[in-house]
Design a protein around this ligand. Sequence first.
Ligand code: GAR
Length: 193
Amino acid sequence: MSGAGTNLQALLDASRDPSYGAEIVAVGADRTGIEGLTRAEAAGVDTFALRVADFPDRAGWDMALADAVEAYKPDLVVMAGFMKLAGDAFLARFGGRCVNTHPALLPAFPGMHGPRDALDHGVKFTGCTLFVVDAGVDTGPIVDQRAVPVLAGDDEHSLHERIKVAERAMLVDAVGRMAREGWTVTGRKITIP
Ligand code: GAR
């Protein structure tokens, strides 16, 4: 994660109930001193932070990230507000079991500014997407989506906040189903039994 961590908080809250089916074994970030790490620590979850600037190159950071995640033996890796692309080493180990959430209805408006780009384009509905991470920018197979209206008078902040309400619900619902029931990836199709 890179930022406020409200999606993380939603998962931390959900996972307090054993019947949710997913336990959060660790929270990693690409920077220190962020709200998301504080949220994880408050919940008693292990944390780690690996900054790209502390490695000679991006591939070294990616390898270290893969090692740090692997140490916790996760069944599923959830990127939530993680603003970096996964590299080859990470995908080689976690491909097919790493999901990311994006604040737009992919394949529309990928990248760093989903809400702003949707607003600028003038769409009447946008939303959020949970997808399986692949080597592209927000291009992987889609697990779940929720639609959100764009309202008259919206600015980037108000629209993003409305999307994030739907996004947190989507994330908690989909991650719980994946944890409880498993999933298969066949081409672009995700099946949760
Ligand atoms: C979320 O809306 C997430 O989809 C977005 O950052 C926000 C993080 O919120 N991620 C991206 O735009 C990735 N390209 P949070 O820190 O409160 O969970």
